[in-house]
Ligand binder design. Sequence first.
Ligand SMILES: [Zn+2]
Length: 256
Amino acid sequence: MNIQSIKAYSDNYIWLITTNEGNLVIDPGEALPVINYIQQYSLGLTDILITHHHYDHVGGVIELKKDITGKVIGPQNDQIEGLDEQAIQGMVVESCGLKFDVIEIPGHTLDHIAYYLADPRQPRLFCGDTLFSGGCGRVFEGTHKQMYQSLEKLKALPDNTLVYSAHEYTLANLKFAQEVEVNNFHISEYIEVCQKKVELDLPTLPSSIAIEKKVNPFMRCSEASLRQSISQKMLGSKKASDSEIFAYLREWKDSF
Ligand SMILES: [Zn+2]
């Protein structure tokens, strides 16, 4: 299996997965970059997988659908044009010989799902706009509690799970992470690693669940250092649950 990122818009990644049985793309927000790539490498497209309804994730579906030999699979949302199959929690989506577990992760949008390849040697997660490296998506449709619970679901995946997010937001996210946890040396180390990749025009992704647990404040709501920082900034002596800490953190990031 080979996984390639295709850039779209200013900072979107469309993930292209190639196996012996075919090629699939995840979240083709634009058709042209995908068409250019598959023509350059003489690939045919089998299936299209969608994580949520936002335009920068589905904008290329109708055009690409003309040329696929398989299906367009996405969340349970009739607003998404061109869907052949709707995927819900617990379902297994089979594509190009791969079996993706569907995980419902509402919050960024209510329809948001992730696709998880459970191979224990190397698990992989395609999580759209829910989990980014060093951050998470904005809460547009769901509640903060829903988003927190969705991130906890992803946090429970094996540490070695590779994380394929849909945007290159890593360095900007880590700047905020550093502001929140001044003394977390994992963050400054990871900034250096990512900086080098960006300078070489390489994606900072995939990340991993292990890395995110160390550097991503939204994955660290129960950590004492983070709670202390939130208390100083906005809470005072008020008590807060982990999901409330998440909500404060998300609000802080929204205005950062
Ligand atoms: Zn989105």
